[in-house]
Design a protein around this ligand. Structure first.
Ligand SMILES: C[S@@+](CC[C@H](N)C(=O)[O-])C[C@H]1O[C@@H](n2cnc3c(N)ncnc32)[C@H](O)[C@@H]1O
Length: 249
């Protein structure tokens, strides 16, 4: 399935709000206002994945319910305003906020990774926090003969990812509670704050000769076996297990 291109800002917000209003006004004639609010908020929350930063995502998702509340157009019970909030929590569950929101790996970001970190056919590869599956797609393109797996905390993202990447094994689980010992390569695109924990987990669980790969964020104090440099200055950090401490210069 092709990745939806991200329209330039503020088009995503305007489109999302327009779609949400259309859905709400259209549905209000046929179902109760609460159901119309639910459906329109779902559209707005799904469209928030277009936002490239937290502020933009918040604006896209919250614009419609806020405008509706302020205009007083909908006669819904007060509890119904929890509906948009609940939807936000489904897509962006709290513990995923702590680690990383769903920003996707660019399609060709891992080109050349197989040269630095070669894998045997059938090797198991995990995207820890696989979101909508963009990391899985990038991994599959460089390791077509590997067994690609993903683990994702949000059940909605896990569902969409599973539909999108039918060739991968995708589970809903906490990546920190997963055992990484069977994997030849674990890939992460998380947050800088998560990287020390990821390094310690890999060191404790992953076998010698396996690989830990991180888009953008380095494992602090650790020597990388290699790097891929992406347009825009982003780096893919490639570590071989067991991890070695970086020598301070
Ligand atoms: C920046 S996105 C990366 C998505 C995907 N790996 C990619 O590169 O396209 C981070 C993802 O990690 C997920 N996540 C964060 N914490 C998690 C956890 N503890 N367990 C499983 N998934 C988690 C988030 O829900 C989000 O989808």
């Amino acid at each position: 399935m092709p990745v939806l291109p991200r329209p330039p800002w503020p088009l995503p917000a305007l489109l999302a709000w327009a779609m949400a209003w259309l859905v709400f006004t259209g549905l209000q004639r046929v179902v109760s206002p609460v159901w119309a609010l639910l459906a329109a908020s779902a559209v707005a929350v799904a469209a928030s994945l277009w936002g490239s930063t937290w502020w933009r995502r918040g604006l896209i998702a919250a614009g419609f319910p806020l405008a509706l509340a302020l205009t007083g157009w909908a006669s819904v019970p007060p509890w119904a305003w929890l509906v948009p909030l609940g939807l936000l929590l489904v897509v962006y569950p709290l513990n995923a906020w702590r680690d990383a929101p769903v920003f996707p790996t660019p399609r060709h970001a891992l080109r050349g990774l197989n040269t630095v970190a070669p894998l045997a056919p059938g090797a198991r590869v995990l995207d820890a926090g696989c979101g909508l599956g963009d990391g899985l797609i990038a991994l599959h393109s460089v390791y077509p003969h590997a067994r690609i797996e993903g683990v994702e905390w949000s059940w909605l993202l896990r569902l969409l990812c599973g539909l999108r990447c039918r060739w991968a094994r995708v589970r809903r689980a906490d990546m920190w509670a997963q055992d990484w010992s069977a994997y030849a390569l674990v890939y992460l695109f998380q947050r800088p704050e998560s990287m020390a924990r990821a390094g310690a987990k890999a060191q404790a669980e992953m076998p010698p000769g396996s690989w830990l790969v991180s888009l953008e964020f380095a494992v602090p104090g650790t020597l990388a076996q290699g790097q891929l440099r992406l347009p825009g200055g982003r780096v893919v950090w490639i570590y071989r297990l067991p991890l070695a401490a970086a020598v301070r210069g």
